[in-house]
Design a protein around this ligand. Structure first.
Ligand SMILES: Cc1cc2nc3c(=O)[nH]c(=O)nc-3n(C[C@H](O)[C@H](O)[C@H](O)COP(=O)(O)OP(=O)(O)OC[C@H]3O[C@@H](n4cnc5c(N)ncnc54)[C@H](O)[C@@H]3O)c2cc1C
Length: 472
């Protein structure tokens, strides 16, 4: 009989990490969830913050609040920079300390993905991507600023690049953004400017793929493309962006002058594979076993977008449902181990289907053999998305906002605000490392007995190969 209370560390408070924490909450264990942001973001609606429909607080919630009733879970704001598998520790840069070791008995990594510019990091300064709330507000600023600048510019020959919006990548994020900008222009901005006609804005969606929404069946992607064209979006397929600079984009040798280029194309996994020194796929996602653990380390699990998990010979896609189901599965598996019960059978993903929205009142839905497009698909999309928001207050608020926007065209927030959402973990001064949490109640750790690992540079040595199955 031991009085050792296991310590379970979860890195990431996204879909996978939160699902694991909730599944583990009743385990006789200490659980620590670490995230570099104090909030969870409902990423599927980020494009609505970027296009002013919703405010950041309607799709983001403090992780601490989401887990307030889970009394065994401690939430730490900090950025994990490495894993010491031998000592069973993660290293964390917290608000004011660097390389703080946190010991674990079980580790769940759910650190998601970040943008990838396919080896062209120089595009990043001209074409922001959409991954977190700060990105969404930066893009919102950029879009609204372009209209303001055009209104202030008396020479109409200079309006062209200001009123041209280019989205690079015609996956769900690119399609949803393009549709939402078109609706913004037609339904909201149309009557509010005096010198310019916002409806003259060009919205151009570019992708090297032969069709939009390549992961959907042909018939649905054709319908989505037709809908985009009806909204006035120019869809250019078959050629990617050769160059992006301060003056716009070059596509198939043609320069498109634009002051607002948005990157909706590529993502790459977090550096979890490098932290673990574990086998990864070509994109850099950690290859996991059938129970989501890492080969040779049954106490370490990787879930969600940063994991590479094959099912029936195919990799699972980088979507929220995979992360949620894996997180829940791993939570239950660890719980059973902690209470000495036999392990569950290997993880199996249950695919509930895919959906994407195109402008106002139109979506496409595919679930099993069933395919739907149009208004009823849009209602289904709205229902599902509201249901998955993290807090009841968000569900009510988003529901009311959507009704208001649907009938009036008025949007949740069209404020241009600077310097939003800078992570305290990245900006605060650094002091001496001390442990934040010990592994178990019977053990304590001090910084003296630990030589910190070299922090990983997230932006260095990146493979920049797209995780092809990941959503944007
Ligand atoms: C714009 C956009 C739209 C999307 N739309 C859809 C959709 O409609 N439907 C759908 O199914 N999927 C959609 N996805 C994909 C879906 O959001 C992801 O598949 C899902 O979020 C993956 O969950 P996760 O837990 O693996 O990672 P995430 O939800 O991304 O969570 C990762 C967490 O880890 C934290 N983190 C990362 N690195 C560190 C570190 N070093 N230290 C501490 N914390 C760290 C992050 O702050 C974050 O909170 C979309 C994604 C994007 C970007």
């Amino acid at each position: 009989m031991t009085d050792h209370v296991p310590h379970i560390v979860i890195v990431g408070g996204g879909f996978g990490g939160l699902a694991a924490a909730k599944a583990l909450a009743k385990a006789p264990a200490h659980i620590t969830l670490i995230d570099r942001n104090n909030h969870h973001v409902f990423q599927p609606l980020l494009y609505q913050v970027a296009t002013s429909v919703l405010t950041p607080g309607q799709i983001g919630a403090p992780i601490r609040e989401i887990l307030a009733k889970k009394l065994t879970v401690t939430v730490i704001l900090g950025e994990v920079t490495g894993v010491d598998k031998e000592q069973r520790r993660v290293l964390v840069n917290s608000v004011d300390r660097e390389g703080v070791p946190i010991d674990y008995d079980y580790l769940v990594l759910a650190t998601g993905v970040r943008h990838s510019y396919f080896g062209h990091d120089e595009f990043a300064q001209f074409a922001p991507g959409l991954k977190g709330l700060a990105d969404a507000v930066a893009i919102r600023n950029k879009i609204l600023q372009a209209f303001e600048q055009a209104e202030a510019e008396e020479d109409p020959t200079k309006h062209g690049d200001l009123l041209t919006f280019v989205l690079v990548g015609a996956g769900p994020t690119g399609v949803e953004m393009a549709g939402a900008i078109a609706v913004l222009v037609r339904n909201t901005l149309r009557s509010q400017f005096r010198r310019i006609d916002p409806t003259s804005a060009r919205i151009i969606l570019v992708d090297m793929a032969p069709r939009v929404l390549g992961t959907f069946p042909d018939r649905l992607s054709t319908k989505a493309e037709a809908r985009l064209e009806k909204l006035g979006v120019e869809v250019r397929l078959g050629h990617g962006a050769d160059k992006i600079d301060a003056d716009g984009v070059i596509v198939a040798g043609e320069r498109i002058a634009s002051k607002t280029v948005i990157w909706t194309a590529g993502v790459a996994p977090s550096p979890a594979g490098k932290w673990l020194g574990a086998p990864t796929d070509r994109a850099g996602r950690v290859r996991v076993e059938g129970d989501c653990s890492v080969l040779g380390n049954p106490e370490i699990f990787v879930v969600g977008d940063t994991a590479s998990h094959d099912q029936d010979g195919k990799p699972l896609p980088g979507v929220a449902q995979v992360a949620i189901q894996q997180g829940r599965y791993v939570g239950k598996l660890i719980l059973r181990r902690v209470v000495d019960k036999p392990a569950p059978p290997p993880f199996r993903y249950f695919d509930k289907g895919n959906m994407a929205v195109v402008g106002k009142g139109f979506a496409i839905v595919q679930t099993g053999p069933f395919k739907l497009s149009g208004y009823f698909a849009w209602l289904a999309w709205a229902f599902v998305h509201i249901q998955f928001l993290a807090l009841s207050s968000m569900r009510v608020s988003v529901f009311l906002q959507w009704i208001w926007t649907y009938f009036t065209g008025s949007r949740g927030s069209r404020l241009i605000v600077d310097h939003y959402g800078t992570s305290p973990a990245k900006t605060a001064p650094i002091a001496q490392a001390e442990p934040l949490v010990s592994r178990a109640v019977t053990t304590t750790t001090t910084s003296q007995d630990h030589a910190p690992l070299q922090p990983q540079n997230e932006h260095g040595n990146d493979t920049h190969i797209q995780a092809a199955t990941t959503r944007p």
